[in-house]
Design a protein around this ligand. Structure first.
Ligand SMILES: NC(=O)c1ccc[n+]([C@@H]2O[C@H](COP(=O)([O-])OP(=O)(O)OC[C@H]3O[C@@H](n4cnc5c(N)ncnc54)[C@H](O)[C@@H]3O)[C@@H](O)[C@H]2O)c1
Length: 358
């Protein structure tokens, strides 16, 4: 299953790994913070679980250690950034910081990014803006996983969209894929030897499968075998075309706006480079930020206090992550044994001692 590990120790371990790849001290620290913060939020699909994938991409030269992201065009409120195949966490962090700077100067900052890499948790970057008292939006395309309604092969990415805004007792944070779940969640179920609980993906016969190991294998193949269903599921009955539409909006904001590569063209062959989209909005554009945030907090509390189904609790998006953050900071982050083994193998290849972090 999994065990709890001290957050600070794991962050230090991840930083050592990135130092050893040749990233600067500062960049390794940014990467380690972003990856392990994801585990603190309880999003085990996109934290250290992803180190093995990043390791493969660094070794293959798909992630360039020495890349310097470049602003291609810019206005006071917008920019297009070329990530030059840098580490997604670094490119995305730079792009969101640029969007925040523009919002500080001009009220709003919108940055579209091409030729980056997998950036992990979309909400991490949206939250960078809400931590500064702003609205933050973050989205990314990915390898092709999502099967458009009635198609029999994937075309769009799992294309997550995150939105964050300051509120009490913690920021509102919606952060989710436009497929039913992210691929990472299927990977976690496969690593834990469990079947997936819902209708998340279809196999080679276009039939819904719950076999996590088979789905992980099929979805890691190039080209993909089967694919993931959009939010709303297969066909039209439960509105699958809406998840498909949301994924298409993310694709437009990311690869089309930045003139990068479509999700459909990634994941096999030589076309490489993920696209992202970031927005920061200063609440002063609309009035007093404190009053606006207070209205949001009051509304969210009204929802939390609605009558609930017997034995159930009503959550607002971000509630589970805020609770997980507190818990993991105190009691450690949860890592499955297969991921610890992968981290140990990476460390051995890089000649890093790691026993002291376990
Ligand atoms: N980089 C990439 O290519 C990529 C691709 C897909 C997903 N992701 C990331 O993977 C992570 C997980 O995505 P996912 O789609 O599996 O997420 P998910 O299905 O677990 O949904 C998470 C969202 O739903 C909210 N939530 C959960 N239960 C709730 C409830 N009962 N009521 C109200 N809100 C509730 C959470 O607070 C969160 O905002 C995200 O951080 C996402 O950004 C990244």
């Amino acid at each position: 299953m999994g065990k709890r590990y001290d957050y600070q120790a794991i962050k230090q371990w991840v930083k050592r790994i990135y130092d050893a790849y040749g990233f600067s001290e500062n960049d390794s620290a940014i990467i380690a913070r972003s990856i392990t913060a994801t585990d603190l939020y309880g999003i085990e699909s996109h934290g250290v679980q992803r180190l093995a994938m990043y390791d493969r991409k660094i070794n293959a030269g798909d992630i360039k250690v020495d890349a310097v992201p470049e602003v291609i065009c810019e206005t006071p409120v917008s920019a297009v950034l070329d990530g030059h195949k840098g580490m997604g966490q670094l490119v995305a962090g730079k792009a969101m910081r640029l969007a925040i700077e523009k919002a500080e100067q001009s009220g709003v900052g919108i940055v579209s990014v091409r030729h980056s890499n997998h950036y992990g948790m979309a909400g991490y970057y949206a939250k960078m803006a809400s931590d500064k008292g702003m609205v933050g939006i973050s989205a990314t395309n990915s390898n092709p996983f999502l099967i458009p309604t009635y198609a029999t092969q994937p075309f769009l990415g799992s294309n997550p969209l995150a939105f964050s805004m300051p509120a009490q007792p913690h920021s509102f944070l919606f952060d989710a894929a436009t497929t039913v779940v992210s691929l990472g969640k299927i990977e976690v179920y496969a690593k834990r030897g469990k079947t997936v609980p819902g209708a998340w993906a279809v196999d080679e016969s276009n039939e819904i499968s719950k076999d996590a190991k088979k789905l992980r294998k099929n979805l890691s193949a190039a080209p993909k075998i089967g694919g993931m269903l959009p939010v709303g599921g297969k066909g039209e009955k439960n509105g699958g075309y809406k998840g498909f539409g949301n994924a298409l909006i993310v694709e437009i904001l990311t690869s089309i706006l930045s003139q990068g590569h479509l999700s459909a063209d990634l994941g096999s062959g030589t076309v490489k480079g993920i696209s992202h989209f970031f927005t920061a909005i200063d609440l002063h554009l609309f009035g007093d930020p404190g009053e606006i945030s207070e209205s949001l907090s009051v509304m969210l509390e009204r929802i939390r206090n609605l009558p609930a189904e017997t034995g159930e609790k009503i959550y607002i998006h971000g509630d589970k992550e805020a609770a997980a953050f507190e818990d993991r900071l105190k009691n450690g982050i949860l890592i499955d044994s297969e991921t610890v083994k992968e981290m140990a193998e990476i460390s051995e290849q890089l000649h890093i001692p790691y026993q002291m972090y376990l």
